[in-house]
Design a protein around this ligand. Sequence first.
Ligand SMILES: Nc1ncnc2c1ncn2[C@@H]1O[C@H](COP(=O)(O)OP(=O)(O)O)[C@@H](O)[C@H]1O
Ligand SMILES: [Mg+2]
Length: 236
Amino acid sequence: MLELNEVDVAYGNIQALHGVTLTARPGQITAVLGANGAGKSSLLKAISGLAPVTAGTIRIDGTDIGRLPAHKRARLGVSLAMEGRRLFRTMTVEENLSIAWSFGPRRTPFPQALERVFAAFPILEERRSGTSGMLSGGQQQMLILSSVTIREPAFMLLDEPSLGLAPIIVQQIFDFITAYSRERQTTVVLAEQMAAMALQVAHQGFVLRHGRVIMGGSSQALADADIVAQLSAAYL
Ligand SMILES: Nc1ncnc2c1ncn2[C@@H]1O[C@H](COP(=O)(O)OP(=O)(O)O)[C@@H](O)[C@H]1O
Ligand SMILES: [Mg+2]
């Protein structure tokens, strides 16, 4: 279980999060929704140790990790896929996976870990010797996700995996995340601007606005509150 209590994040004078409190549970997808600039990335970075937390507590399974450096949180099973598809573009698919694996706990030997990735995304096996920069957007997102799962995280933080992808690819990626978190009882936090699609797979969600949680509840409750329409209106 992941618990944030009254978390503030500030970049110098710019306060990105104000008293954010939320809980995310194993085997479930928790959506963090909000318009551009609402604080979604800051929230995921705060959990992984990459954003300056100025107040509040962050606990995983009861342990306060709020003051640990990022690499120690990673060792405790926190894994972030940052927005913008960050890959080693001149390296091959397999090399990217190998680097990701080497930063994990290495519980599973690399060849077996690779086999699991290829079973989930056969296209990555076909492209294993090609550079990742040559992959399509959807394939790059599959590689990013695989770079996270190959570390066998207990807490998987995904920053806008749907960005710029066709709906059919987004569906495939969300289906994978759903099945993965259920099978492995992973705690997933999914930051998304695409509220409608995210709420279809999430168990619960929190809506951020200007760094504050303005609404939280089950996906059904958020859908009933017409949160999707409200967020769409925010873009107009
Ligand atoms: N490194 C940074 N330095 C200064 N301000 C930042 C930094 N990162 C984000 N911000 C600001 O924090 C706020 C929240 O940004 P962010 O967390 O990226 O939102 P989102 O991911 O929802 O688009 C925005 O006002 C943004 O400009
Ligand atoms: Mg963001």
